[in-house]
Design a protein around this ligand. Structure first.
Ligand SMILES: *[C@@H]1O[C@H](CO)[C@@H](O)[C@H](O)[C@H]1NC(C)=O
Ligand SMILES: *[C@@H]1O[C@H](CO)[C@@H](O)[C@H](O)[C@H]1NC(C)=O
Ligand SMILES: *[C@@H]1O[C@H](CO)[C@@H](O)[C@H](O)[C@H]1NC(C)=O
Ligand SMILES: *[C@@H]1O[C@H](CO)[C@@H](O)[C@H](O)[C@H]1NC(C)=O
Ligand SMILES: *[C@@H]1O[C@H](CO)[C@@H](O)[C@H](O)[C@H]1NC(C)=O
Ligand SMILES: *[C@@H]1O[C@H](CO)[C@@H](O)[C@H](O)[C@H]1NC(C)=O
Ligand SMILES: *[C@@H]1O[C@H](CO)[C@@H](O)[C@H](O)[C@H]1NC(C)=O
Ligand SMILES: *[C@@H]1O[C@H](CO)[C@@H](O)[C@H](O)[C@H]1NC(C)=O
Ligand SMILES: *[C@@H]1O[C@H](CO)[C@@H](O)[C@H](O)[C@H]1NC(C)=O
Length: 825
């Protein structure tokens, strides 16, 4: 898992608060009978933290708080979060045995008194942000009477402990602020559950929303985020007295950092970026939808590709209908019911996030066999595993309820041993035996084949030739055309050459509105005043009869708001033309790449366009009767109608896939530089995911107003994708946004779009989302959007290897070039 830096754009944790007006600093401490009035502050000895009264956001209420001294006010602790003071009369007053927070000079809001008599009490703000009440001559943390580190609000500072002090019964958890204006306890709390099998839990009210754990000696099961990294060292400590999570900063002296639960329920590790004066989220604990509590229901296993749920082996969906409707919450049930007295056994499931509701078996330091024996003795024990929670060589952990909240976690998951019925064990054994038998048969066959080597070669050659012939005939769209027109009586209006010639002023230059990959496009006016666009295929273009018929068939069948409407075609000797509705606003590239016209596209227009393209593409990919890969999605193929609704056009090289087919390989790599996915450009493999890639490029181009192919930056030779990825990792994704785009726009929306764009252009085909999840993530502001991985073709040059003729050093020469390539093999 990469270690990602990114900006917490939604982070409302930086609470701008009005500085106390007449800031008068007393020192770093108060002694007996001293008073800190509203307006005065204590500053820690190293000038790092400051204590005083503040008003958060637009609130006028006053709170006692601790914040960083040198930076924009960021409050890390609030004393009276539940009892604000309504005016400036608040004061912090040291008594003989403790301190009190007073309002209106006399009314006690909150006080802390020592149970034993103190000789010379002192309330001191330490340089780590801890406010401590202690005996003046006692510097031992064990001897503190009270400390603010024991009273966590929403922030964990380095050295603060989240969890349990079993000796004193103290339980420390984090609770979010209610809002940026109100530090009182909000909905979300983050805590370390159950000292025996500690796990991290984010709850909203009483409902668990996220859970990681239990601690397995290395990590909280299912999370790699809280492991050592170059910036901070997370620590889990468990002893007889204490069980807690804490962290240390590697560069303690200069780096400001904190761990917060935001009022939106995000758990983030933030560091202060000195150069840009902002908090940067180095780690977001919530990574993807699979982290969400119980996504897949009991015995469901969450895979982060969508996400999707699968039942564990040996289980089937409880309600197949719900399951197929993507409602996984019902989970799975066993194929065979357990019969405890009749020889149940255990099956190992590797690489899992361990389920919720674990129990530590009474005796520690058992072997795996002893642990199994212990579990099989009790019929309600559903599963067990052996992990090293407490650092004593291995703890036997058991589950006594349905197993919920698991996920597939190949990079560091745990083993889980689940109780299964005897019949299931037998069928597993059978399957194994069958496999072995099959292996033996294969070996025998191989041996025989070896003996018949010569015959074998002849046979293989024959087969290959036959297969090749068959493949060719399958790939021939001409045959498809004939078959399909016979099947379905397509009522294609045919236009005569004469009509079109009149409509376009004999294809005059003045009527020409564009130049597509396969020939010029003309605007025309039919006698009935209907405006049309005529695509006249050049006779020497790559698009032969093959592409032409392909396009005709495809587009005649397709009808969608976001696809350009097809009116008919014209075939006259060598002439071939396609007739579409005329769209007055031309194509997307004439807006976003045009220095003046792009100012017309405010964010909501751009977002509308992105959504429209996504809908059109989703229709092509899965909602129409066919599965269609467009293969040449680019800005110049997105036309805009008078209301700026985007319409996908140019199906010249689109391909129809059978319902079962997911991928195809072609020797003719046709497409446009800058939009082609790596697997397509390199090896001709294309699938819906190569369209997703092109869509991602389009999204980033639309946001930035810059071309991917032809992108140039003074500081590096990355292309637009690489540039976007770089900004993303630096936590400044908004730098990508087109400078002419005027605020206000929804920062959330823009960042989500960038994130989705980056997800679409990921290098690995499997990592790219499908259009349905793209649309879900774009249209739904509460959707969880996974963290993108590295994009394919980050560097301009990396796609050059394919074609040496057209790609000079100057990237501007090659813009908008549709290329056709035959790969050598
Ligand atoms: C805060 O600023 C003061 C004075 O500008 C400086 O002496 C001090 O070292 C700074 N503290 C931190 C933690 O940067
Ligand atoms: C934390 O502070 C609140 C008042 O803000 C108080 O009610 C509570 O008892 C404190 N808890 C501890 C452990 O000091
Ligand atoms: C603040 O109030 C809420 C509910 O009113 C309560 O659950 C919480 O414990 C209080 N917090 C403190 C620190 O007193
Ligand atoms: C303090 O006095 C003001 C008016 O003088 C009153 O509104 C407020 O409620 C008082 N504060 C408390 C905590 O009683
Ligand atoms: C602490 O002592 C002060 C003054 O002695 C008193 O006003 C306050 O009520 C005491 N608080 C508690 C919680 O006992
Ligand atoms: C957080 O701690 C408080 C007491 O310190 C407790 O009342 C509350 O239930 C805890 N929240 C969770 C989610 O455990
Ligand atoms: C846990 O804490 C104890 C005492 O606070 C300390 O001695 C020990 O080294 C800590 N262990 C780890 C693994 O940090
Ligand atoms: C099985 O374990 C559960 C949970 O620990 C316990 O309540 C139950 O009594 C045990 N049953 C037997 C037969 O030991
Ligand atoms: C765990 O048990 C093994 C033998 O079963 C023993 O050698 C080892 O010292 C034990 N570890 C602890 C921490 O008790």
């Amino acid at each position: 898992m990469g270690f990602l830096l990114f900006l917490s754009w939604w982070c409302f944790c930086i609470f701008s608060a009005s500085h106390p007006s007449t800031a008068a600093t007393v020192s770093d401490s108060l002694t007996k009978n001293q008073v800190l009035k509203d307006g005065q502050t204590l500053v820690s000895s190293g000038q790092r933290f400051e204590l005083g009264f503040f008003s958060p956001g637009s609130s006028r209420h006053r709170y006692l708080g601790i914040w960083y001294k040198n930076i924009t006010i960021t409050v890390v602790w609030v004393g009276n979060r539940n009892n604000s003071i309504t005016d400036l009369s608040g004061s912090l007053s040291m008594g003989s045995n403790g301190f009190s927070l007073l309002a209106n000079k006399s009314e006690t809001i909150w006080s802390v008194n020592s149970t034993r008599v103190l000789e010379s009490p002192i309330l001191q703000l330490l340089d780590n942000g801890n406010l401590v009440l202690r005996e003046e001559n006692n510097h031992d943390p064990e001897g503190y009477v009270w400390q603010s580190f024991d009273n966590i609000t929403d922030t964990l500072l380095p050295g603060m402990k989240l969890g349990w002090n079993l000796k004193t019964g103290l339980y420390r958890n984090m609770t979010s602020w209610l809002s940026a204006d109100d530090p009182s306890a909000g909905d979300y709390s983050f805590s370390l559950d159950s000292p025996e099998t500690p796990q991290l839990v984010l709850s909203k009210g009483t409902q668990k929303q996220y859970r990681w754990g239990p601690w397995d000696g290395v990590r909280f099961s299912g999370s790699n985020e809280l492991r050592s990294n170059p910036v901070f060292v997370p620590m889990f400590n468990s002893s007889r007295d204490e069980v807690y999570y804490t962290f240390e900063v590697v560069d303690q002296a200069s780096l400001l950092s904190r761990f917060v639960v935001t009022q939106d329920g995000l758990i983030q590790y933030l560091t202060w970026g000195k150069s840009n004066n902002e908090w940067v989220a180095v780690v977001n604990l919530q990574r993807d939808s699979c982290d969400r509590y119980g996504t897949c229901g009991p015995y469901g296993n969450c895979y982060n590709d969508g996400p999707s749920c699968k039942c564990l082996k040996g289980f089937t969906p409880k309600s197949p209908e719900d399951w197929s409707r993507i409602d996984w919450s019902g989970g799975c049930v066993r194929n065979w019911d357990l019969e405890c007295e009749n020889g149940d056994g255990f099956v190992k499931y590797g690489g899992k996030k361990l389920p919720d509701h674990s129990h530590l078996a009474a005796s520690r330091n058992l072997s795996l066999e002893e642990c199994e024996a212990e579990c099989s003795r009790n019929c309600s024990c559903m599963a067990f595993t052996l992990i090293d929670i407490h650092g004593n060589g291995g703890d036997c952990v058991m589950w006594f309820a349905d197993l919920v909240d698991m996920r597939n976690f190949p990079s560091g998951g745990d083993d889980l041993y689940i109780r299964m019925a005897k019949k299931e064990l037998e069928s597993i054994a059978d399957a194994k035996r069958n496999k072995r038998v099959k292996m033996i048969i294969i070996i025998v066959i191989c041996a025989i084949t070896g003996m018949l080597l010569f015959g074998g070669i002849g046979w293989c050659t024959f087969r290959m030739i036959r297969a090749k012939r068959r493949g060719e005939s399958l790939n021939n769209p001409y045959r498809d055309f004939i078959e399909e027109t016979q099947e379905e009586d397509l009522e294609l209006p045919l236009f005569s050459l004469e009509t079109l010639s009149t409509a376009t002023n004999e294809f005059s230059f003045r009527n020409k509105i564009g130049q597509g990959g396969f020939g010029p496009v003309y605007k025309g006016l039919l006698p009935n005043r209907q405006e049309i666009a005529v695509k006249r295929l050049s006779q020497d273009s790559g698009q032969g009869l093959r592409e032409f018929k392909n396009e005709v068939i495809l587009i005649a069948k397709l009808q969608h708001r976001n696809l350009v409407k097809f009116l008919g075609c014209c075939i006259h000797e060598e002439e071939r033309m396609l007739i579409y509705e005329y769209l007055p606003n031309k194509s997307l590239d004439s807006f976003i790449f045009d220095p003046t016209r792009r100012k017309l596209l405010a964010w909501n227009k751009r977002f509308h366009i992105i959504l429209g393209i996504a809908r059109g593409l989703l229709y092509l990919h899965q909602d129409s009767r066919l599965r269609i890969i467009h293969r040449d999605l680019k800005a110049s193929n997105i036309l805009l109608d008078s209301e700026m609704n985007p319409k996908i056009s140019d199906f010249g090289i689109a391909r129809i896939f059978g319902a079962e087919q997911t991928q195809e390989r072609t020797k003719r790599v046709i497409g446009t530089y800058g939009y082609m996915s790596p697997e397509y450009a390199m090896s001709g493999h294309f699938s819906v995911k190569s369209d997703v890639f092109s869509f991602g490029v389009l999204v980033l181009e639309t946001i930035s107003g810059k071309k991917n192919w032809g992108f140039w930056h003074p500081d590096h030779d990355l292309n637009l994708l690489g540039h976007a990825w770089k900004l993303w990792n630096e936590g400044i994704p908004l730098e990508l946004v087109d400078a002419v785009m005027e605020e206000p726009y929804s920062v959330n929306e823009v960042v989500r779009c960038i994130q989705v764009g980056l997800l679409c252009v990921q290098k690995r085909v499997e990592d790219r989302p499908t259009m349905s999840s793209v649309l879900l993530m774009l249209a739904n502001e509460n959707a969880i959007v996974p963290q993108p991985k590295e994009p394919g073709f980050c560097i301009e040059g990396s796609s050059k290897g394919m074609d040496t003729s057209s790609s000079g050093k100057n990237p501007h020469t090659a813009n908008e070039l549709t290329v056709t390539m035959l790969d050598g093999r």
